[in-house]
Write a protein that binds this ligand. Structure first.
Ligand code: HEC
Ligand code: HEC
Ligand code: HEC
Ligand code: HEC
Ligand code: HEC
Ligand code: HEC
Ligand code: HEC
Length: 356
């Protein structure tokens, strides 16, 4: 997302004048910044597409906002008029989704996020991520408020993750099984995927050509519609955790499909040919161990290399230890339970064994 410049302020002023005057949207407005919903070629109904007319511009044409949206972003059966191609209503019926239909009623236009009261019900609705009078084809999140460590509440988001942090970081009502994403992606952590800024590791040989160690990525590079031809955005997916691609987290055979999520940015060949960790192939292919037994997907302050062992596989008292050794040849002190057997990694395990 871009920082809105001076022009945008001028344009916003024009919009305010339009709202106050109740006149038609001047051509200059749609010609320069082209907010989709005020563009006659995309929305021939103008304000009336969403608002009760006449004289009641603030009030929407349906009891819930998403119903207004579904009149164009829905299926033929629920719509009075379909003019949009993006059918969000069907995506929101997928197995994993933002709970918009169930929780939208809790939204208030004056709310301040992150939520400060632990007893407030969790919610999410279209307006939390979209400003409908302002969004453009280039930026669906244009003008939306965000939150991050450096920036206060209720400030316009500059980066996508700041929109997500409104509800997935310091919220007092964060569910017990959900982690604080701001802490997971904190740039002072031992390792993290590069959301807020470039990552720590200067040697990531598996990265696809389009990426390098200075790249940053977005939450929606991993979370979003599993149908690549369907509407974009983190609305719904048939993959668990609203992921775009498959990411198996149990024992089983490796294929391009089972870890497709990771292989969309990390070359499969590089990983299974041990370009970094010299025992990737042995673990992933022979012992059928999933990436998630060793790696977390967001970030961690426990270890380098996104290593945090999944306790379904790895146990050790007091704790499993990971020690970065010479490149690709780390030392682990742990007990790994896989294939119905225990494999203890300790001094005896390493003594006399030669790394490939
Ligand atoms: C595609 C749907 C849509 C169209 C078209 C639309 N609006 Fe809105 N409008 C909304 C929604 C949704 C809200 C509620 C925003 C919220 O809750 O954050 C809203 C809120 C408003 C408000 C209340 C103040 C505010 O900004 O929240 C005014 C006034 C308003 N719209 C005027 C207009 C005018 C004038 C037009 C035509 C130039 C227009 N709207 C076109 C959907 C639309
Ligand atoms: C009058 C029909 C109509 C209504 C009602 C409508 N939209 Fe749209 N919207 C469109 C069209 C047309 C596009 C262009 C892309 C497409 O065809 O799907 C679009 C695009 C979008 C985009 C992509 C970014 C952009 O601005 O181009 C978002 C986000 C969006 N709509 C959200 C909403 C939300 C939220 C609501 C309900 C408050 C809503 N829309 C109601 C017609 C509509
Ligand atoms: C207004 C609040 C809000 C915003 C903003 C928001 N979310 Fe969510 N999100 C929720 C709620 C509520 C849930 C349901 C689970 C919960 O309560 O955490 C959820 C669930 C999810 C899940 C699924 C978790 C699971 O276990 O199935 C993912 C992934 C997710 N959000 C990603 C994002 C991303 C990426 C963004 C930014 C583009 C974002 N969210 C912005 C409120 C929000
Ligand atoms: C590299 C891919 C990737 C990126 C980037 C990513 N996620 Fe995730 N996310 C995952 C995976 C995989 C899971 C499934 C649980 C797990 O393995 O940790 C997950 C789980 C989640 C969950 C549900 C579980 C929990 O811990 O709350 C939420 C919510 C979520 N992510 C939000 C976000 C947000 C917000 C961002 C951006 C700030 C983001 N994710 C960036 C891959 C990613
Ligand atoms: C958690 C945040 C979030 C919520 C809630 C949300 N959206 Fe989106 N939406 C996004 C993001 C992010 C994108 C942009 C994805 C991209 O461009 O890669 C997007 C894109 C869209 C698009 C454009 C799709 C395309 O393929 O061009 C439409 C239309 C849309 N959203 C409508 C809606 C409607 C309607 C609702 C409410 C029913 C809604 N969104 C709720 C985050 C959200
Ligand atoms: C959208 C692209 C993208 C996806 C998807 C992705 N990664 Fe990454 N990953 C990166 C980038 C970029 C870096 C380089 C960051 C750096 O230099 O530290 C990276 C770095 C890493 C690192 C090295 C981190 C360190 O500090 O040593 C590991 C481990 C890793 N990814 C594992 C995974 C796993 C496991 C998955 C699947 C859940 C995955 N990645 C999915 C982009 C991605
Ligand atoms: C048995 C534990 C283990 C498993 C399982 C595992 N890794 Fe790793 N991985 C490591 C270790 C250890 C390193 C760091 C090696 C070093 O640099 O010393 C690493 C490094 C990486 C890196 C960063 C360097 C590079 O190759 O670019 C990526 C990316 C990565 N792993 C992805 C994956 C993916 C994807 C999977 C699943 C298909 C996976 N790993 C499975 C232990 C594991």
């Amino acid at each position: 997302m871009q920082t809105p410049g001076y022009m945008r302020h001028v344009l916003r002023l024009i919009l305010v004048m339009v709202l106050l005057g109740g006149m038609a949207v001047p051509e200059v407005y749609s010609a320069i910044s082209r907010p989709t919903h005020l563009d006659k070629s995309k929305n021939p109904f103008g304000c009336a597409a969403c608002h009760v007319q006449p004289g009641k511009l603030g009030s929407l044409a349906a009891a819930t906002t998403y119903d207004v949206c579904f009149s164009c972003h829905g299926t033929i059966s629920q719509s009075r008029r379909i003019v949009a191609t993006a059918d969000i209503s069907s995506v929101l019926r997928k197995r994993y989704r933002h709970p918009i239909v169930d929780t939208a009623a809790t939204h208030s236009p004056d709310e301040e996020l992150p939520e400060k009261s632990a007893s407030t019900r969790r919610h999410v609705t279209c307006q939390d991520c979209h400003r409908i009078h302002v969004s453009t084809p280039d930026n669906a999140l244009e003008g939306v408020k965000g939150y991050s460590a450096r920036r206060e509440r209720n400030i316009k988001a500059v980066r996508e993750y700041e929109v997500c942090y409104k509800c997935h970081s310091d919220s007092a009502n964060l569910p017990y099984n959900m982690k604080n994403k701001r802490l997971e992606f904190d740039q002072s952590n031992m390792s993290f995927h590069p959301i807020e800024g470039p990552g720590r590791n200067r040697r990531v040989p598996s990265l696809i050509r389009q990426l390098n160690v200075s790249s940053t990525i977005n939450c929606t590079d991993c979370h979003g519609n599993d149908d690549p031809y369907g509407p974009k955005g983190p609305h719904g997916s048939n993959q668990e955790y609203l992921l775009k691609n498959e990411y198996r987290r149990t024992e089983g055979s490796e294929s391009a499909k089972t870890y497709e999520l990771c292989y969309s940015c990390h070359e499969r060949q590089s990983i299974i040919e041990n370009q970094s960790f010299k025992k990737h192939k042995e673990h992933i292919i022979y012992y059928r161990i999933p990436c998630s037994a060793c790696h977390v997907a967001h970030g961690t302050n426990r270890n380098a290399n996104l290593i945090e062992f999944d306790t379904n596989f790895v146990k050790m008292i007091p704790a499993a230890t990971y020690m970065r050794g010479i490149e690709g040849r780390p030392l682990c002190y742990l007990n790994c339970h896989v294939g119905g057997r225990d494999s203890k990694h300790d001094d005896a395990f390493y003594s006399g064994k030669r790394w490939p």
